[in-house]
Ligand binder design. Structure first.
Ligand SMILES: O=C(O)c1ccc[n+]([C@@H]2O[C@H](COP(=O)([O-])O)[C@@H](O)[C@H]2O)c1
Ligand SMILES: Cc1cc2nc[nH]c2cc1C
Length: 347
């Protein structure tokens, strides 16, 4: 079946939510005093179907792909960096590699198609082409490539579920993908590039103006309105894979932590393909990429962190995991008023 993404998403467990809420009222603190850590623990309880949610087992998948639109001069870095970073991910030197190691989380590295074909041990090579086509001239992906990229994300999530993951992080690497995410965001939100386009890896003002014009050309060329068509014409391999992974998380009932600008554009696309998946998305941070705020607003998302990050590669999501773990630890391990013989009433 090729429209697997429209199948029902798992419903949240309202009984577990009520149990977790009742527990929060009994813990030795004024109710509400732990702010969002309380609501996060309750939200995770409803997702995991247990009064005391757990986050020991994580799964992180980094999806990498190149973008034909880079030929238009829209990135501060050369396209070869995407493939070079694949090696860095598996050798353990990328920011995400370090963070995953410190979280004790397995890191799956997936090559969906870089400009130079690579064979690297430790990389799952699922190459769909030498990068996408240039969206300023033609559709970025064929129907087959877009389907295969969505399925690659879904399959990562299935492997994560088989390994017992309690939380999934989708990460991305792709020179040029802030152009792709901006174009997708404009098309999905009906916004203009002026409102959403920023410097990405580090364009100067003139570079950002040029990037805007390239995106305007791509948007004028394609006139797509259905979300799948928008994804195919303006998206990228790694963005479609993230979209597939988010949809599969919601169908499997596994919470997922969404990273920065690119991941949020993929998440918005996922909610347009299947609105039920919104319940399973947690938002890690607000990226310094200026268009991220508009995407978060469109998703009614309040991110956990605001650290001025603009790296991508899942780094913001990985950084938010300790906060989620601490929320679960407090929720699960604090004493209740009765256990600690502490008065539970304000004077
Ligand atoms: O996700 C973000 O918030 C983010 C913001 C700026 C840059 N990035 C990363 O930078 C790369 C894309 O930047 P660019 O300028 O080549 O479009 C890509 O590999 C992303 O992981 C990511
Ligand atoms: C070096 C480098 C690392 C990255 N990680 C994610 N995007 C990136 C872009 C560059 C340029």
């Amino acid at each position: 079946m090729n429209d697997w993404w429209s199948l029902d998403c798992r419903a949240l467990d309202e009984t577990a939510r009520q149990q977790a809420l009742a527990r929060q009222r009994q813990l030795t603190k004024p109710y509400g005093a732990l702010g969002r850590l309380e609501t996060l623990a309750v939200e995770l309880a409803a997702m995991q179907g247990r009064e005391k949610p757990r986050l020991e087992r994580l799964a992180i998948s980094v999806f990498a792909g190149d973008h034909g639109v880079v030929a238009e001069g829209v990135s501060a870095y050369p396209q070869s960096v995407t493939g070079e970073m694949l090696r860095n991910f598996v050798r353990g030197g990328a920011a995400l590699s370090v963070l995953a190691r410190h979280l004790d989380a397995p890191l799956e590295v997936i090559d969906l198609g870089t400009v130079q074909p690579l064979r690297l041990d430790g990389v799952r090579h699922l190459r769909l082409g030498p990068g996408t086509a240039n969206m300023a001239q033609t559709a970025a992906m064929t129907i087959e490539q877009c389907d295969a990229a969505l399925a690659a994300g879904r399959d990562s999530l299935r492997r994560a579920a088989e390994g017992g993951a309690q939380l999934f992080i989708g990460a991305e690497m792709g020179i040029g993908n802030t152009t792709v995410a901006s174009a997708l965001a404009c098309a999905l939100l009906g916004a203009t590039p002026a409102a959403l386009v920023g410097p990405g890896t580090g364009l100067d003002d003139q570079g950002v103006r040029h990037k805007r014009r390239v995106i305007e050309r791509a948007l004028a060329l394609h006139e797509a309105s259905a979300p799948l068509d928008i994804l195919r014409k303006l998206g990228g391999f790694e963005v479609a894979a993230l979209c597939g992974a988010y949809l599969a998380c919601a169908q499997a009932g596994i919470p997922t932590l969404v990273d920065g600008f690119i991941c949020t554009a993929a998440a918005l696309c996922a909610t347009r393909l299947n609105p039920g998946c919104r319940d399973w998305l947690l938002f890690a941070h607000r990226s310094a990429e200026p268009g991220h705020a508009a995407l978060l607003q469109a998703l009614a998302a309040e991110p956990l962190l605001d650290l001025g990050l603009r790296l991508g590669e899942g780094s913001g999501a990985a950084l938010a995991v300790p906060l989620l773990r601490q929320a679960c630890a407090l929720h699960g391990e604090m004493a209740t008023f009765a256990e600690a013989a502490v008065s539970d009433r304000p004077a």
